[in-house]
Design a protein around this ligand. Structure first.
Ligand code: SF4
Length: 81
Protein backbone atom coordinates (compact mmCIF):
# COMPACT_ATOMS: atom_id res chain seq x y z
CA UNK A 1 0.00 0.00 0.00
CA UNK A 2 1.11 3.51 -0.72
CA UNK A 3 -0.03 6.93 0.46
CA UNK A 4 -0.22 9.53 -2.27
CA UNK A 5 0.84 12.85 -0.77
CA UNK A 6 -0.53 16.05 -2.28
CA UNK A 7 1.71 18.63 -0.63
CA UNK A 8 -0.10 21.58 -2.17
CA UNK A 9 -3.20 20.70 -0.11
CA UNK A 10 -1.39 20.27 3.21
CA UNK A 11 -2.21 23.02 5.72
CA UNK A 12 -0.06 21.71 8.53
CA UNK A 13 -2.78 20.41 10.85
CA UNK A 14 -0.50 17.48 11.79
CA UNK A 15 -3.41 15.14 12.45
CA UNK A 16 -1.83 12.45 10.30
CA UNK A 17 1.40 12.56 12.28
CA UNK A 18 -0.52 12.59 15.57
CA UNK A 19 -2.05 9.23 14.62
CA UNK A 20 1.04 7.67 13.07
CA UNK A 21 4.24 9.70 13.52
CA UNK A 22 6.35 6.82 12.23
CA UNK A 23 4.47 6.90 8.90
CA UNK A 24 3.68 10.58 8.37
CA UNK A 25 6.79 12.73 8.71
CA UNK A 26 6.45 16.49 8.99
CA UNK A 27 8.89 19.30 8.40
CA UNK A 28 9.82 21.83 11.08
CA UNK A 29 6.80 23.96 10.20
CA UNK A 30 4.41 21.01 10.61
CA UNK A 31 3.78 20.31 6.93
CA UNK A 32 4.04 16.83 5.53
CA UNK A 33 7.28 16.03 3.74
CA UNK A 34 7.05 15.74 -0.04
CA UNK A 35 6.94 12.37 -1.74
CA UNK A 36 4.58 9.43 -1.61
CA UNK A 37 4.83 7.06 1.33
CA UNK A 38 5.36 3.33 0.93
CA UNK A 39 3.54 1.69 3.82
CA UNK A 40 5.10 -1.33 5.44
CA UNK A 41 3.13 -4.55 5.60
CA UNK A 42 0.94 -4.64 8.67
CA UNK A 43 0.71 -0.84 8.85
CA UNK A 44 -2.09 -0.44 6.33
CA UNK A 45 -4.88 0.18 8.84
CA UNK A 46 -2.86 2.74 10.78
CA UNK A 47 -1.80 4.47 7.57
CA UNK A 48 -5.34 4.62 6.20
CA UNK A 49 -6.63 6.03 9.50
CA UNK A 50 -3.95 8.70 9.37
CA UNK A 51 -4.77 9.52 5.77
CA UNK A 52 -8.49 9.77 6.51
CA UNK A 53 -7.79 12.09 9.44
CA UNK A 54 -6.48 14.79 7.12
CA UNK A 55 -9.12 17.53 6.93
CA UNK A 56 -7.59 18.85 3.70
CA UNK A 57 -7.76 15.46 1.95
CA UNK A 58 -4.07 15.79 1.15
CA UNK A 59 -3.46 12.07 1.67
CA UNK A 60 -4.88 9.33 -0.50
CA UNK A 61 -4.55 5.57 -0.01
CA UNK A 62 -3.39 3.67 -3.06
CA UNK A 63 -3.79 -0.01 -2.43
CA UNK A 64 -2.02 -2.74 -4.31
CA UNK A 65 -4.37 -3.76 -7.12
CA UNK A 66 -3.77 -7.40 -6.21
CA UNK A 67 -5.01 -6.69 -2.69
CA UNK A 68 -8.22 -5.02 -3.81
CA UNK A 69 -11.36 -6.98 -3.23
CA UNK A 70 -13.33 -7.09 -6.42
CA UNK A 71 -17.05 -7.73 -6.15
CA UNK A 72 -18.13 -11.10 -7.37
CA UNK A 73 -19.43 -11.09 -10.87
CA UNK A 74 -23.11 -11.88 -10.77
CA UNK A 75 -24.02 -14.13 -13.67
CA UNK A 76 -27.00 -13.07 -15.77
CA UNK A 77 -30.26 -14.78 -14.99
CA UNK A 78 -31.10 -17.75 -17.07
CA UNK A 79 -34.66 -17.87 -18.31
CA UNK A 80 -36.50 -21.02 -17.65
CA UNK A 81 -38.71 -22.42 -20.34
S1 SF4 B 1 -3.25 16.06 8.43
FE1 SF4 B 1 -3.21 16.73 6.30
S2 SF4 B 1 -2.98 18.91 6.40
FE2 SF4 B 1 -2.36 18.09 8.36
S3 SF4 B 1 -0.13 17.74 8.20
FE3 SF4 B 1 -1.14 15.85 7.67
S4 SF4 B 1 -1.28 16.00 5.44
FE4 SF4 B 1 -0.93 18.04 6.16
Amino acid sequence: MRIIVQNAKCQGHARCAALAPHIFKLDDAGYILPGNIEVAEGEGLTASRGARSCPERALKCDRDPAARVEPDVIPPRVRRA
